[in-house]
Design a protein around this ligand. Structure first.
Ligand code: ARG
Length: 470
């Protein structure tokens, strides 16, 4: 009795080590729903084209329904000997329905089958990720709305630069995640095309109706070249690239949360359930979740490198190398989904069913932020702009203000704490109204330009995002 699924050609059985080395069932079994769905669409078309009998189609449907139930309930017995998810399911089908099961693979190869499965699976994961990105953006918009008027020192080079609204800062991340969502929907469009009908590499001699299968599977079209269809994994690489960018955005945010939580900043707190203590230092509450997210970004970057390297040396068409696409892709999806879920909750809080409100998101220490913004002469640019409005060329105003900052530094005070007479010593045109522009709030309100940090602009952006996110 032959021990493998393919043929009598082999004169000796595979060694156990080679079996373990070449089999993928223990990770690719995660594709089972896509595999059955793809097979059912293929079988339906085979029957419609008169390639298999209606009874065979009915038997395949019945057998697959049973297999679906067995896998769902955990009763299905996955066999290493049967190499992968495809052969495991097909063998069970044949066990259940006999010859009809053996007819399923007519006009098909595992090469176009696996390419179809991965695309179907990834499509539904992209849809989930899209929803999670909406949730995260909504959490950020909520925090932005609650903190549109809260003033944070904006940094460049991590040196105090100019005051910004904390809401504005949150909305910067909303922009990043909305571009990420756009990228995923573009990747979805190219992923959602049908390889089936390409067979092993050259197409097939059976009169298949590929468009019909694509329609059944709600795909946007069929792959137009059989060699390309079975062998390229660019959609997986593109997906991982989009995931990498999303993780990089999460990682930047993590870095900020970690800094803001440090006692030396004290700008925010995250709920205790996202932190851990220390086994030695009783006072510690560590930002483990943002730190891990920053760390896990590295592993997704690694998967992108892995996949792209996997592809680079492969001649057309299918090569077994491609079996190695799955673990990095699966781990990318798992890591991204978990991270997005955790961040939505950590930022925006958790729904309290009793009150219908979200609770336990980040808490903001507005006072600490404003105090920090007052420390680094954050309104120096505003003073320069004030002088420009009085007629000074900007370069001269810049120099004048540098002198004023130096004087304030030597008095260990803020620009707004210098008496008017002292300020007038730097330029005679300075009047009492200068104090309005030297205040944090005056500085914020002055930047009332599209994309700027004035609370009026922030509120307009919030309205735009709310309309967009639904
Ligand atoms: N498990 C294989 C994969 O993941 C399925 C396709 C195998 N095809 C083949 N001719 N060996 O790529």
């Amino acid at each position: 009795k032959k021990s493998q699924a393919w043929s009598a050609l082999f004169s000796e059985p595979m060694s156990d080590l080679v079996k373990r080395y070449t089999s993928s069932v223990f990770f690719d079994k995660r594709l089972w729903q896509a595999d059955i769905t793809g097979s059912l669409a293929h079988a339906e078309m085979l029957a419609a084209q008169g390639i298999i009998a209606a009874e065979d189609h009915a038997a395949i449907q019945k057998g697959m329904a049973q297999i679906w139930g067995e896998i769902e309930s955990g009763a299905f017995e996955w066999k290493l000997d049967l190499e992968d998810v495809h052969l495991n399911i097909e063998a069970r089908l044949t066990q259940l329905v006999g010859d009809a099961g053996k007819r399923l693979h007519t006009g098909r190869s595992r090469n176009d089958q696996v390419a179809t499965d991965v695309r179907l699976w990834l499509r539904s994961e992209i849809d989930l990720i899209g929803e999670l990105l909406v949730d995260l953006q909504k959490s950020l918009v909520d925090v932005a709305e609650a903190n549109a008027e809260v003033i944070l020192p904006g940094f460049t080079h991590l040196q105090v630069a100019q005051p910004v609204s904390f809401g504005h800062h949150m909305l910067a991340y909303v922009e990043m995640f909305s571009r990420d969502a756009e990228r995923f929907s573009e990747v979805r469009r190219r992923t959602n095309r049908l390889p089936l009908g390409s067979a092993a590499l050259a197409g097939t001699s059976y009169p298949l109706n590929r468009e019909r299968v694509a329609k059944t599977l709600a795909m946007d079209g069929v792959c137009q070249n059989s060699l390309d269809a079975v062998s390229d994994r660019d959609f997986a690489i593109e997906f991982t690239s989009a995931a990498t960018l999303t993780m990089v955005h999460i990682s930047r945010m993590s870095e900020e949360l970690i800094i803001w939580m440090s006692q030396n900043f004290g700008f925010i707190k995250i709920a205790d359930r996202f932190t851990t203590g220390s086994s030695i230092m009783p006072q510690k509450k560590n930002p483990d979740v943002p730190e891990l997210a920053r760390g896990k970004t590295g592993r997704v970057v690694g998967h992108l490198m892995g996949l792209i390297t996997l592809m680079k040396g492969q001649p057309l068409a299918y090569n077994k190398d491609n079996q190695e696409d799955k673990e990095p892709l699966f781990d990318t999806v798992d890591t991204l989904k978990d991270t997005l879920r955790i961040f939505s909750e950590m930022i925006g809080g958790q729904m309290n069913a009793a009150t219908g409100k979200k609770e336990g998101g980040i808490s903001v220490n507005a006072e600490a932020m404003e105090r920090a913004a007052l420390k680094g002469y954050a309104t120096a640019t505003d003073l320069a702009d004030y002088l420009v409005k009085k007629g000074l060329p900007f370069r001269d105003a810049h120099e004048t203000v540098a002198h004023a900052v130096k004087a304030a530094q030597s008095h260990a005070c803020d620009l707004s704490e210098l008496p008017l007479t002292v300020l007038q010593g730097f330029h005679a045109s300075i009047e009492k109204d200068v104090y309005e522009c030297l205040s944090l709030r005056g500085s914020l309100n002055a930047r009332n330009i599209l994309g700027g940090t004035a609370p009026a602009q922030v509120r307009a952006q919030i309205a735009r995002h709310r309309a967009r996110l639904g």
